[in-house]
Design a protein around this ligand. Structure first.
Ligand code: GRF
Length: 238
């Protein structure tokens, strides 16, 4: 998926991100399709593992299953028909109005297939996240899993990042890696990656909510109380 974001690094560079510690943050989720990442966020909220509330879901596609998922959980679900807006900025202005109307503080793009304009970026500086099904900066843009297969990488994965004004270029908050198997198709690899997306997106949002994310240049530093990652993934295993 691709979401060209529009935040300057300067919007993010003042140390910890804005969300105050230990309170419920209202998240607006932008979707276009199935919404399995949305579902994972909802499930984590309902399980008490994510101190957030999904305040509203906005889709640019009327048939997006994600809208149905939201309604099942009594979450306001809105379809915005991009064909009824003259340009991307006008679409984003309507989306921003809706997000603000629901008190949204953090915007999560989850399979949203539109490029985000400056209008959205300026409305939520430092508070727009995206999930991408590749280990960025490799394979930005669409069909990331196909790109990974065609390139022949043996380790693929997914990335949660801040949205800035490039194409999948914002500072990286979290990544998960999976092996690429010799008999993988785009579908099997995508499914393996998606499982990890469902773990790291709620996890990254929780870090944001807890104010544990700090930007140093392009690097996102994460306060994890000294807890560090260990181990490695090697494919083939040696
Ligand atoms: C995910 O692979 C996500 O990384 C990409 O689009 C897909 C959306 O899947 N941006 P879903 O709609 O969340 O099921």
């Amino acid at each position: 998926m691709w979401a060209r974001s529009a935040l300057n690094l300067s919007d993010l560079s003042s140390g910890h991100t804005k969300a105050p510690d230990r309170r419920i943050v209202r998240v607006g989720v932008l979707v276009s399709g199935n919404g399995s990442n949305l579902q994972s966020i909802i499930d984590h909220v309902e399980a008490g593992k994510l101190a957030a509330e999904v305040a509203c879901v906005i889709s640019n596609r009327e048939q997006a299953h994600a809208l149905e998922r939201a309604r099942r959980h009594s979450i306001p679900a809105l379809f915005l028909d991009y064909r009824s807006f003259p340009d991307r900025e006008a679409f984003d202005a309507a989306a921003v109005d809706a997000l603000r109307g629901h008190g949204v503080e953090l915007v999560a793009l989850a399979g949203f297939n539109r490029i985000v304009s400056r209008v959205m970026l300026d409305a939520f500086p430092g508070a727009i996240l995206n999930i991408h099904p590749a280990l960025l900066p490799a394979f930005p843009g669409s069909h990331a899993q196909r790109q990974a297969l065609e390139h022949g990488v043996r380790i693929a994965g997914c990335t949660v990042h801040f949205v800035d004004d490039g194409m999948d270029t914002g500072p990286i908050i979290a990544q998960a890696a999976v092996p690429v198997l010799d008999n993988d198709t785009e579908e099997t690899l995508s499914a393996r990656i998606l499982k990890q997306e469902h773990r790291i997106y709620p996890g990254a949002i929780q870090l944001f909510v807890e104010g544990r994310i700090r930007l140093e240049g392009r690097r996102v530093l994460i306060d994890r109380d000294g807890e560090n990652v260990t181990g490695s993934l090697c494919n083939p295993p040696f």
